[in-house]
Design a protein around this ligand. Structure first.
Ligand code: GDP
Ligand code: MG
Length: 633
């Protein structure tokens, strides 16, 4: 069984609603006012089952749209998601303004297939009919409705002429329509909501992606309201589930009708996110005025409608008939995904001026314009895998997580995982759990890490290594990327990691056990001696390590300012010098000056040590030499 959505299009009073009724037996004009005035105001719906030549059952859902120019916005709410359009042209009137506008809208939305239906054939003679045909052929030339590829059928709803032929053509075209994939999360743009006695809230729409079944939890965007599907109806009869391409009605539990309105989208909970910024390929109609940067427009996307500001990313102003990249900044959040199409109407007066294809619904915030444009050009024509690769690459060493990939594409995890696996096998990306990093960025990040570590070692020649956290911040990487890069470097013996410390192989100082012991011994020897320090020679003689290593340890202690060197063979522990300062400060309360003998007495040290120590204090501006005495500062 195949389900397809067929939409009508065309000028008011050309016979759209009558045609739908002639085909399905259903009057799509359901409102009181529509019946009274005899015109279609809002969308109408009908359905029909036909048999394909193969015997397959074809379920056709019809969306009948209003033709009046005042109700084009209602037409726009219905036309998104249709597979086949019946462009209705009355034989007695031929092409009229909304024939043009609806036709342009169908082209901008890239509706893949259509049939031109010339209605009211009974009202004209053969000559008139031929003139109308010629006019219409000329009108659709070069488009998806070109007579070379698209049928044109004349009918009369009055006497039934041509209706069988039309059904045959519908069956033929429907067979060509590919079955819609259900690779994406489900999206149901709501076109109606009402209360059904005994059931409660019912919403309807054309299921444009995925599938939804009974008892599922759903989310309503952009409001983020949750509800449960109590029942599903497809083309008017109960079903277990609805799939992409079906007219769908859902009976919902957990929401009130008052909270729901046309334009909202139902989807799987907690997966997709609405956006306020879209990058698109914008096509301006030939009939439009040149479009200036920062123009405000009405954006019609599926059943939603909002105001958007157009930021032109290429030429400014955009010439009529031209296509270029642009950013849309919407005044309300919209749920759109790459590949979706939408219509732009002029702010005022409200006429259709163009359409957009969404390329990216989650633009990166800080990205250079050239990088942005080349990214967008790349994904405009890429395969699904190429597009994923471009999305991964633009994140550079930050990588793209699976959740982000889902949000950006609307695709199911299984589909994305298969693609990312394939890309990893082709060595185009590196897969780190759920994080995807392009091979190029990964290599660059590796170089960055090596460089950062190298610079660290140069600046700190006597430190064991750099802390991972510091390295991560300096290199600007996600923890999982850093870990993986380090694992690579360690495996290749280019780096070493112990606990939280990382260093390049052969760099940084590593103390062995005996060295650590020796270091303590040196420190203690000086610390316990106070100002009566031993000579370096005496200390070194007692150490359990060789001269070279002892020298390294002394350098470490001096670098860390644990030991302080006054002359080549006079080294103090920093605590001893602190104590000296304290003694001097205390002495100052007794006398403002001090001479060398007093200093020797006060500190209990020999002249040999006293002079360098006083010079040290001068240097530190604790004392100032005046003749043979020192003034304590
Ligand atoms: P819509 O605005 O395009 O939906 O047009 P309607 O279906 O409401 O039809 C407008 C008027 O044209 C109605 O009065 C119909 O009865 C009439 N009409 C529709 N189809 C035919 C037809 O094939 N032959 C004739 N003679 N009248 C038709
Ligand atoms: Mg109508």
């Amino acid at each position: 069984m195949k389900s397809v959505i067929i939409g009508t299009a065309g000028h008011i009073d050309h016979g759209k609603t009558t045609l739908v009724k002639a085909l399905t037996g259903i009057d799509a004009d359901r409102l009181e006012e529509e019946k009274r005035r005899g015109i279609t105001i809002d969308l109408g719906f009908a359905h029909l089952e036909l048999k394909a030549a193969s015997g397959e059952k074809l379920r056709l859902g019809f969306v009948d749209v209003p033709g009046h120019e005042r109700f084009v916005r209602n037409m726009l709410a219905g036309v998104g998601g249709i597979d086949l359009v019946l462009l209705v042209v009355a034989a007695d009137e031929s092409i009229k303004p909304q024939t043009r506008e609806h036709f342009e809208i169908c082209r901008l939305l890239s509706i893949p297939r259509g049939i031109v239906v010339i209605t009211k054939a009974d009202l004209v003679d053969e000559d008139m009919l031929n003139v109308a045909k010629m006019e219409i052929e000329e009108f659709v030339r070069g488009s998806f409705l070109d007579a070379a590829q698209s049928p044109m059928v004349e009918v009369s709803a009055l006497n039934g002429a041509g209706l069988e032929k039309l059904k045959q053509e519908i069956v033929r075209l429907v067979a060509e329509i590919p079955v819609r994939s259900t690779e994406a999360f489900f999206r149901l743009p709501m076109d109606r909501v009402f209360v059904m006695k005994g059931f409660g809230t019912v919403v309807t729409g054309t299921l444009i992606a995925g599938k939804v079944g009974k008892e599922e939890e759903i989310e309503i965007l952009p409001q983020r309201r949750r509800a449960r599907v109590r029942g599903v109806q497809v083309h008017g009869s109960s079903a277990e589930q609805a799939i992409a391409g079906q007219r769908t009605a859902l009976n919902l539990a957990g929401v009130e009708v008052e909270d729901m309105a046309r334009g909202m989208t139902l989807t799987n909970p907690g997966v997709l996110e609405p956006t306020l910024r879209l990058h698109v390929q914008l096509s301006l109609l030939k009939s439009a005025k040149p479009l200036k940067d920062r123009s405000r427009v009405h954006l019609h996307a599926f059943t939603s409608e909002t105001i958007a500001e157009v930021v032109l990313l290429e030429e400014n102003p955009l010439k009529p008939g031209a296509t270029a990249l642009a950013e849309l900044r919407t005044s309300e959040p919209v749920l759109l995904l790459p590949g979706d199409r939408a219509i732009l109407r002029q702010f005022s007066p409200v006429v259709t001026i163009g359409g957009v294809v969404v390329l990216d619904a989650f633009p990166l915030h800080r990205q250079k314009k050239e990088a942005r444009v080349s990214f967008l050009r790349g994904i405009a024509n890429g395969s699904r895998q190429e597009m994923l690769l471009a999305r991964i690459a633009r994140r550079e060493s930050g990588g793209l997580s699976l959740a982000e990939a889902i949000r950006e594409t609307g695709l199911r995890p299984s589909v994305l995982q298969a693609d990312s696996k394939a890309l990893a096998q082709q060595k185009k990306i590196v897969l780190l759990g759920d994080l995807m990093v392009s091979a190029e960025s990964f290599t660059k990040a590796r170089e960055r890490i090596s460089k950062t570590l190298d610079a660290f070692h140069k600046a700190n020649p006597l430190v064991r290594g750099m802390s991972k956290e510091e390295l991560r911040t300096k290199a600007g990487l996600r923890p999982e990327v850093l870990e993986e890069l380090l694992a690579h470097l360690v495996r290749e013996k280019k780096a070493e990691a112990t606990g939280e410390l990382v260093r390049l192989a052969g760099r940084g100082v590593e103390l062995k056990d005996d060295e650590a012991k020796a270091k303590n011994q040196i420190e203690n020897a000086f610390a316990s001696a106070g100002l009566k320090v031993p000579t370096m020679k005496e200390v070194l003689a007692k150490l359990p390590v060789d001269k070279d290593r002892a020298h390294k340890l002394i350098t470490l202690l001096l670098r860390d300012r644990i030991l302080i060197k006054l002359t080549d063979d006079l080294v103090f522990h920093q605590t001893a010098l602190q104590e000296l300062r304290r003694i001097m400060t205390e002495y100052k309360t007794r006398s403002a000056k001090i001479d060398v003998p007093t200093f020797k007495e006060l500190t209990g040290i020999s002249r040999k040590y006293a002079i360098p120590l006083l010079e040290y204090l001068d240097n530190q501006r604790v004392t100032r030499r005046v003749g043979d005495e020192r003034v304590i500062l």
